[in-house]
Each structure stands twice: as C-alpha cells, then as structure tokens.
Design a protein around this ligand. Sequence first.
Ligand code: XMP
Ligand code: MG
Length: 184
Amino acid sequence: MDAKDVGGDLEKILITAEQIDARLTELAAEIDEYYQGEEILLVGVLNGAVMAMADLSRKIHTSTRMDWMAVSSYGSGTKSSGVVRILKDLASDIHDVNVLIVEDIIDSGLTLSWLLANLRSREPKSLRIATVLRKPDAAKVEVEVDHVGFDIANEFVVGYGLDYAGRYRSLPFVGTLAPHVYGA
Ligand code: XMP
Ligand code: MG
C-alpha cells in the first residue's frame, strides 16, 4: 500500500520510508553497541509495533528473540487514558532476561509507564525501550526512552504500523490524515 492507494485521505507525509529505514539502521547500531553481544528479548507492543519489530530486528546483529504483548488503554479513539488492560501477555518468562520494548509511538507516555512497571515487577536483567516515534509535547508522564527514532509534533499520525480505526497501518511512511477522514 502506498500514498496513491489512499487517495485524498492523506494530508501530508511527515517521515518517508527511506528516512525510517536510515534511522532504524542507526538505532540498531546503538542497540548492538549497548548490549555488547548479550542476547536481547525484543518485546513488541501489538499491533502498532509490527513494522518496527520486523525492520529493526533485521538490522540488529546481536542475537535476539521476540515476544509480543497486546494492551488496550481505555479512552476515546485518539487519546490514551493510562488505564491499561492486558489483552495478550508475553509467552515467555522474562526473569533475568535483557528486555527491549519495541514501540511504534510514545504519545502521553501513559501506556508505556504502565508497561514498564508491569514488566519491571517480573525482574528482568535489564529493561530498555526503543520507539520509532515520540511526541515530546504530548508527554503526561516522563519516561526515559533509550532509543528514539524521531521526535514529532503533537498531531495524530498514521502509517508504519499506526492506524486510524484499524486502517492505514500498512502505509510505508508516517503521515497525517486529512480532516474529512475524522468526519470533520
Ligand atoms: P500513549 O503514550 O498516549 O500512547 O499512552 C498509547 C498508544 O496510543 C496510540 N497512539 C497513536 N496511534 N497515531 C496512532 O495511530 C498516533 O498519533 C498515536 N498516538 C498514540 C499508540 O498505539 C500508542 O502505543
Ligand atoms: Mg502502540
């Protein structure tokens, strides 16, 4: 799927597929440098992180395993509430494991701070975070993020795993939607 397949739904492209690819190569190098050959368990947060997981994991040279969590944060369509429910838990025990959370986006930070507390209680060897996107102006809680792809403005974005009402995830770039898509 590409821009031409979604017609007039897009307002603008913020980050191109090429920019994402180049930045993920840099993040993978940071990650390899940090872990110094120690195995990493990549924990992807479904569904948004699927693209990031697929692309980032293939750029990392260190041995990795993959696991997934699905959480839902109660709230309206485009806002997170911080009240989180686990829809799918990890399949593996993370005690004494190097866990690297792979996220698509950190917006308010509420979901991630809940997830960090939850995973920390399972006593991993280390717990770090990599995210493709972050919205610094939307932060409601400070979360220290170890590997950040791009800081973006506080506007709703789709593509590269991110959806609006379940759609647009498979766009290879990150962009914003035209107001009419939201029914405006
Ligand atoms: P926060 O950090 O606010 O974000 O708890 C939780 C989840 O909300 C989703 N999210 C977005 N999804 N475009 C999207 O398609 C966005 O601009 C956006 N901002 C937040 C995302 O799933 C994130 O993990
Ligand atoms: Mg997400």
